[in-house]
Design a protein around this ligand. Structure first.
Ligand code: UDP
Length: 239
């Protein structure tokens, strides 16, 4: 309904590309640090925070398979890319004295904790930021679906999708001057009009679990906190 509410536990989803800054590829540590500061501000409010970070700045399964790689192998490479991004974020958050756990859907015990739901919930209760890595652990999925899945499992009140733009538009605002931003839009409308919020499986899962998705810009300093407190522009995707 878009009304101002207080959030106790949320999931922040960002794409891998959000971490690459102005570079065309990979990780840009100052950008990672900037986003970590946004998270730190919200952490300071006492909000329990889950994070899911994509891998598109390093590798996308679809791109690999389009160039002749076997799809599932390419998808595993994409999932591994998300682990690198998660570790970069962990490092930046720890620099800010925030306790974190990287929790991987693919076991790699030397690098990250395995995903055990009750354990992850406990970390959140202890105000550790949980960075969920390796997506869902399954090929043919995306980190948007992973975000919806983990947010549902962790009983988050909403998914906050931090992007370059301040919400969902009827057409690409970078290409069309008359693009109109939605204040509020339903899951079904997002699916029917193929609005670029998240992929269809992620939207359908959010709809089935009645999990709102709030799309906002991560470019404004303090913007994440502002959106949580009902300030700033965003789009509320819900039932
Ligand atoms: N991926 C996957 N299963 C998952 C999540 C991700 O196979 O559950 C792979 C997929 O190949 C995808 C890549 O990891 O292209 C990177 O994730 P995504 O494209 O969601 O990253 P983003 O676009 O958010 O940066």
């Amino acid at each position: 309904d878009g009304a101002i509410r207080t959030y106790d536990r949320v999931l922040l989803k960002i794409s891998g590309e959000a971490l690459m800054g102005d570079q065309g590829y990979g990780l840009h540590p100052p950008t990672v640090q900037r986003i970590a500061r946004e998270v730190a501000i919200v952490h300071e409010m006492g909000v329990e925070i889950c994070m899911v970070i994509g891998g598109g700045n390093i590798f996308r399964g679809l791109q690999g398979s389009a160039q002749g790689m076997e799809r599932t192998t390419a998808d595993y490479m994409g999932m591994l890319a998300t682990v690198m991004n998660a570790l970069a974020m962990q490092s930046a958050l720890e620099e800010l004295k925030i306790h974190t756990r990287v929790i991987s859907a693919i076991t790699m015990n030397e690098v990250a904790e395995p995903y055990i739901r009750r354990r992850a919930v406990r970390h959140l209760e202890k105000k550790r930021v949980c960075i969920f890595a390796a997506g869902t652990g399954n090929p043919y999925f995306t980190t948007d679906t992973a975000a919806t899945l983990r947010a549902s499992e962790m009983n988050c009140q909403a998914i906050f999708k931090g992007t370059k733009v301040d919400g969902v538009y009827d057409k690409d605002p970078a290409k069309h001057a008359d693009a109109k931003r939605y204040d509020k839009v339903s899951y079904d409308e997002v699916l029917q009009k193929r609005l670029g919020v998240m992929d269809a499986s992620a939207i359908a899962l959010a709809r089935d679990n009645d999990l709102p998705i709030i799309v906002f810009s991560l470019d404004e300093p303090g913007g994440f906190r502002g959106i949580l407190e009902g300030r700033g522009t965003c789009t509320w995707v819900g039932g």
